[in-house]
Write a protein of this length. Structure first.
Ligand code: PMP
Length: 397
């Protein structure tokens, strides 16, 4: 008995909702999803790395052996054995992380939302790198903070600036490993100085580390978490080492904060899917990641090298770029007069895409920057796409 011609609702969105925007990148990705486009725009891992068979076997095993538990509601903090696995993987070198410090979340993106929800009031100072991960800026924006951009150089953010700008801030959001969007890595001395500066200021320090395991040269650097487990909030994810479609990440923090996050998570979604948590545990519990991660590293390292070589071959000397030691991204700085947003329109006409840099700045965007991802495009196509971009830029000099 459907009503005849009901009056359409005039939606009165909340003030919070009114300032929500779609991510600039998601809009670009819609255009670049066309198969004929060579896209360096995505932040997606390469599907070639997804261990489909391993996941299928893990789903089968969990459903056959523990189906009734896997299909039931579960605790908000997450599946115990997986939390214990994570706690163990982060312990060592004199640091002991216990499962009570681990909260499972539906992708680390949810962790960012929950952290801002429990730590940030309207107008609170939130410190971010210049530039920073767009998804974090978006997640924090909902809570209407005052973003303070911490100055950075090629080694990441500058801890000696924090004494001036960090007082009274609610949190500092840092990406020490192969940062999204720049690909840069913070050296050990800088990490120590950062952790010390935050401890001095009593400033909670978020270490977002989805790319840490994807290191192509040398050994992974020590985590901030291990330097001060009482002051650092660590965020990890299975998206880049297993698959992003399972939406599984974790927050590791001192227990009083975890309890508060758990309350916020309970209100948001009760808990992260029991089935996926049990499947991931089943897939990794016997050391699978120690064989699997090196295969991802090899693929991405080769593609990173191909992109760096192509940039050297085809780009004019007035363009500079980062030389990442891991992760998925290279960051380019063009001559000041070139606006990468406009360049993108021309690039798409040539069937090549990238992400303009401006959306990654919380304040004062630098319009002559852009991000290239090297992980989803094979080396021959990388060379072809970089050559086209190089020609477009050279024509503007
Ligand atoms: N942090 C950073 C720096 C990221 O690049 C991403 C994904 N692009 C996330 C967090 C979110 O990852 P997840 O899939 O775990 O939600």
């Amino acid at each position: 008995m459907k009503m005849e011609n009901p009056t359409p609702i005039q939606w009165q969105f909340s003030e919070r909702a009114q300032q929500l925007q779609s991510s600039a990148i998601r809009e670009i990705l819609k255009v670049t999803a066309r198969p004929e486009v060579i896209s360096f725009a995505g932040g997606l891992p390469s599907p070639e790395t997804f261990p489909v068979e391993r996941m299928r076997a893990a789903f089968d095993s969990v459903l056959v052996k523990q189906g009734k538990v896997a299909l039931q509601y579960g605790p908000t903090d997450g599946y115990g054995p997986l939390r214990e696995w994570i706690a163990n993987s982060l312990s060592g070198d004199g640091v002991k992380i216990v499962p009570e410090q681990v909260l499972m979340v539906s992708g680390s993106q949810q962790g960012l939302d929950l952290l801002a929800k429990v730590l940030v009031d309207e107008g609170s100072k939130v410190l971010v790198e210049t530039p920073s991960y767009l998804g974090a800026l978006q997640a924090f924006s909902v809570y209407r903070p005052e973003f303070v951009s911490v100055p950075t150089d090629e080694n990441g953010l500058l801890p000696d600036r924090l004494d001036d700008i960090g007082k009274g801030a609610r949190l500092l959001y840092a990406l020490p490993n192969f940062q999204n969007p720049t690909g840069r890595t913070m050296p050990v001395e800088r990490r120590i100085a950062l952790v010390e500066a935050c401890a001095r200021l009593g400033l909670p320090l978020i270490e977002d580390d989805p790319y840490g395991a994807l290191c192509y040269r040398g050994e992974p650097l020590p985590k901030l978490l291990g330097m001060n487990p009482n002051g650092v909030i660590y965020m990890g994810s299975f998206s880049k080492v297993l698959t992003p479609g399972i939406r599984l990440g974790y927050v590791v923090a001192p227990v009083p904060l975890i309890r508060k996050l758990e309350q916020a998570k309970q209100a948001a979604d009760l808990h992260t899917a029991t089935l996926t948590q049990m499947v991931v545990y089943e897939a990794i519990k016997d050391g699978f990641l120690t064989e699997h991660i090196p295969t991802i590293r090899k693929l991405y390292a080769d593609q990173c090298d191909a992109m760096l070589a192509a940039l050297t071959e085809f780009f004019p000397p007035s363009v500079t770029w980062t030389k990442p030691e891991g992760g998925m991204f290279i960051w380019l700085t063009l001559p000041k007069h070139i606006d990468s947003m406009k360049l993108l329109d021309e690039a798409i006409e040539q069937l090549v895409a990238f992400v303009p840099g401006a959306p990654f700045y919380a304040n004062a965007p630098e319009h002559n920057t852009l991000r290239l991802s090297f992980v989803t495009v094979p080396p021959a196509k990388i060379r072809e796409g970089v050559e086209k971009l190089g020609k477009l830029i050279a024509a503007k000099l």
